[in-house]
Ligand binder design. Structure first.
Ligand code: HEC
Length: 162
């Protein structure tokens, strides 16, 4: 190979590699509660912020009040109480876009994920990826109707890095 041809090949390889790098690092990057999820949850805190009753207190309210007041979910442990326990799967059932729900119906909190379809879809993708592959399950702790209770294998998929 001539010296010139060699440097052209090297240059081309360099350009290709640098073009691929951002994509690679984005895929390998680990999503965290602090950098990726909190900014999304900011859209929820008007109704689910520090002033809202925590889940167990909220459950003590009468049903009519519970329809108008949201429970607290502005910190990692509060948020996770709607993913893992005691409100297993509530986060997934409410935020699902319909694709994982039996009736193709989006959860009633999906609308709050963004102002546009694109923003809502992007934010849902981020939350799903953060929870972990295979961790987006709508099951409750115990079986209800046709839906089986959550399994230990399903729970083990949850990554949700802080
Ligand atoms: C305008 C107020 C409002 C906003 C904004 C809002 N919510 Fe809610 N949310 C409520 C109310 C009120 C309830 C209780 C009534 C109901 O169950 O629908 C609720 C219920 C929930 C529940 C069910 C809790 C349970 O255990 O049953 C989840 C999960 C939830 N919201 C998640 C979210 C998320 C995540 C966001 C942001 C993307 C959000 N909500 C934005 C008002 C809101």
């Amino acid at each position: 190979m001539s010296k010139n041809l060699q440097s052209i090949v090297l240059l081309a390889t360099g350009i290709t590699m640098s073009l691929c790098l951002p994509a690679l690092s984005a895929a390998a990057e680990e999503l965290t509660w602090r950098s990726d999820i909190l900014p999304i949850v900011a859209k929820c805190i008007d109704c689910h912020g520090a002033g809202a009753p925590e889940y167990n207190e909220w459950m003590q309210l009468d049903e009519a009040t519970r329809k108008t007041v949201g429970p607290r979910m502005d910190t990692y442990p509060y948020f996770m109480s709607y993913v893992v326990w005691p409100a297993t799967g509530a986060m997934m059932r409410r935020l699902d876009d319909g694709s994982s729900s039996p009736g193709d119906k989006p959860g009633n909190m999906y609308q709050h994920l963004g102002a546009t379809d694109k923003e809502r879809a992007n934010n849902l993708t981020t939350i799903k990826a953060w929870l972990g592959e295979g961790a987006w399950n709508l099951n409750r702790f115990k079986a209800k109707g046709d839906m089986p209770g959550i399994s230990k294998e399903q729970l083990e998929k949850i990554k949700a890095k802080y």
